[in-house]
Design a protein around this ligand. Structure first.
Ligand SMILES: NC(=[NH2+])NCCC[C@H](N)C(=O)O
Ligand SMILES: [Mn+2]
Ligand SMILES: [Mn+2]
Length: 300
């Protein structure tokens, strides 16, 4: 992969959902040795630190059904600016979450730099809810819909353009918990989804081959949004919304190794790592190992 430099940016944000602890994700991922891992791969890496999020941020119910909308929108505006700047410097942005609502800001910053951005959404969930379809009001269940231009204007219009990504340029991998409204939207928009059913049936190698071929024909670069709850809770227990029957340890590494070979991925984010719910930082350690594979580590 022709990656000059990697720029890390932490977003200790937990306001896109209601379980505390995911704000400690960036620390846990750094503690698991992400900088050293990249240095061992002879990659140039800079850590830009964290976006500051007010500890006293207003968690009170707002008039909107969307929980903590003003703060979540503000954090995503700041994140989008940062990611845009990293992209302008021709560096590979790696965003460390934080809950998945930060996908909104990451994509707002990344997508400006492409004619047709492809997105791989590695997740147990679709994150395709809107205010109308959301069962929870949690914004971490909405970032992919927002990036397609569906949702609250304060989120959809970050960086002054929308949509950030077209439905036919999205591939969801690992899904096994989709809400009714999300299923409807997937069918309406023709979004490509490999649920756990297809992964079981075809095997991860075939799924990734198809995914890479599909995107290569359509886009000029790919963003990987890696929600650790895509993995089976046995391998990644430190997540706020675990769902049984997930992607295995080796399947997830294989997926990253094949993406490394494809040389398509130009930005990424690691989200939903919750150290409070984890076992001895296992989930953050796995997240770092997966980034190693994505950026070129080989078994031999
Ligand atoms: N990024 C996540 N973990 N999202 C979980 C979303 C769960 C559920 N679909 C909701 O919208 O509330
Ligand atoms: Mn998820
Ligand atoms: Mn998610």
């Amino acid at each position: 992969m022709n990656i000059g430099k990697i720029s890390l940016i932490g977003v200790p944000m937990d306001l896109g959902q209601t379980r505390r602890g995911v704000d400690m994700g960036p620390s846990a991922i750094r503690y698991a040795g992400i900088v050293e891992r990249f240095k061992n791969l002879q990659l140039e890496v800079e850590d830009l630190g964290d976006i500051i999020i007010s500890r006293t941020a207003n968690r009170a119910p707002s008039h909107s059904k969307l929980k903590n909308l003003p703060v979540v929108a503000e954090v995503n505006r700041l994140l989008a600016d940062k990611v845009d700047e990293i992209m302008k410097n021709h560096s590979f942005p790696l965003v460390l979450g934080g809950d998945h609502s930060i996908g909104i800001g990451t994509l707002a910053g990344v997508a400006k730099h492409y004619r047709n951005l492809g997105v791989i959404w590695f997740d147990a969930h679709g994150d395709l809810n809107t205010e109308e379809t959301s069962p929870s009001g949690n914004i971490h269940g909405m970032p992919l819909a927002v990036s397609m231009g569906l949702g609250h204007p304060d989120l959809v219009n970050i960086q002054g353009y929308a949509p950030k990504v077209k439905p036919e340029h999205i591939v969801i991998i690992g899904a096994r918990s989709l809400d009714e409204g999300e299923k409807k939207l997937i069918k309406e928009k023709g979004i490509k989804v490999y649920t756990m059913h297809e992964i079981d049936r075809l095997g991860m190698a075939m799924v990734m081959e198809q995914c890479i071929t599909y995107l290569r024909e359509r886009v000029d670069g790919v963003h990987l949004s890696l929600d650790l709850d895509a993995l089976d809770p046995a391998d990644a227990p430190g997540v706020g919304t675990p769902v049984n029957g997930g992607v295995s340890y080796r399947e997830s590494h294989l997926a990253m190794e094949m993406l490394a070979e494809s040389q398509l991925v130009m930005s990424a984010e690691l989200v939903e790592v919750n150290p409070i719910l984890d076992e001895r930082n296992k989930t953050a350690v796995l997240a770092v190992a997966l980034m190693g594979s994505l950026l070129g580590e080989k078994l031999l």
